[in-house]
Design a protein around this ligand. Sequence first.
Ligand code: ZN
Length: 171
Amino acid sequence: MTNSYLSPKLEVRAAPEKGGFAVYAREALAREELLCVWTGRIVSQAQLPGLTEAEKSHTIQVDEEMFLAPFSLDEEPADFVNHSCQPNAGIRGQVSLVAMRAIAPGEEITFDYAMADSTPYDEFTCSCGAPMCRGRVSAEDWQRPELWQRYEGYFSSYLQRRIDRLNRGAQ
Ligand SMILES: [Zn+2]
């Protein structure tokens, strides 16, 4: 059963080198095109430690101390979008993913977890292979000013509010 939305122009394929699955473009996608809308159950920060590691790896932060966890670990295609330090997709609102640029058929769809996460529940050594790979994905990455510029308009709403406050404070 699928609860989330995944654009029919996308498909999930096995990607053993990435430790599981990945989402790829079957057709060309335009900049700003909607790629997926995630769903799941809302988990508070206090409940977060109760999730399994597998559940945590498919969880995304959606607000201050609020997280969207999978209903179950059944196949939910939209949950298989991987991280990249040089992504082609970004967050719109809290639970939607859009193309940051035109995407060609065959390209893997990725976003930067720094666009959404600011809590250390899913930090990892990154091997995304991008020339600008940070080497490690951590809960503090959203604080990097170079990412504020690169991902302007593509941070989760709650992080964009934090960034706007920091920018105002710096003036
Ligand atoms: Zn990386």
